[in-house]
Design a protein around this ligand. Structure first.
Ligand code: ZN
Length: 155
């Protein structure tokens, strides 16, 4: 696995353990070249999903992208990383269990909102406020771009 920091391809696995109630394997990796540490997950992928954007463009579903947006909405909220993982996995499983592997981007946004609403109101409102604009622009990429990390001003 290539190091995301320096590009070195020879990284070491320091620790492997089941995560998300044994739905995935979490590996802690270490890069000897730059000292960087990162985590990878190994998961079952039941089906290859394709996102259909409002302009009709198709693009492979990207779990990482979905997870990033959820993490941004959850930023500084008292939610454990593991919980977020579970939530994202739940969303992906639901998407995979739909009849069709082609999924409108809007449907993904709605599933995310539904899940967030159950877990954390603040994160839900944060996500939903951007989602409102998203419905106007109707483009998942722009939506993701608008959902930026909250700026913090430490005293
Ligand atoms: Zn490195």
């Amino acid at each position: 696995m290539r190091c995301p920091f320096c590009g070195n391809v020879d990284t070491q696995v320091k620790d492997s353990r089941p995560a998300e109630d044994h739905a995935s394997i979490r590996r802690r990796r270490f890069c000897a070249a730059c000292g960087g540490r990162f985590t990878t997950y190994e998961r079952v992928q039941l089906r290859d999903l394709v996102v259909i954007k409002s302009n009709g463009r198709r693009e492979d579903f990207d779990r990482e992208k979905l997870e990033r947006s959820v993490r941004i909405a959850m930023q500084k909220r008292p939610i454990e990383g593991e919980r977020i993982e579970q939530m994202v996995s739940g969303i992906v499983r639901r998407l995979e269990s739909l009849g069709d592997t082609d999924i409108p981007s809007r449907q993904i946004g709605e599933l995310v909102m539904e899940s967030l609403a159950r877990i954390d109101t603040v994160a839900y409102v944060r996500f939903a406020s951007v989602y409102k604009n998203f419905q106007a622009v109707d483009d998942f990429d722009r939506f993701m771009a608008e959902l930026r990390p909250v700026e913090t001003h430490e005293p």
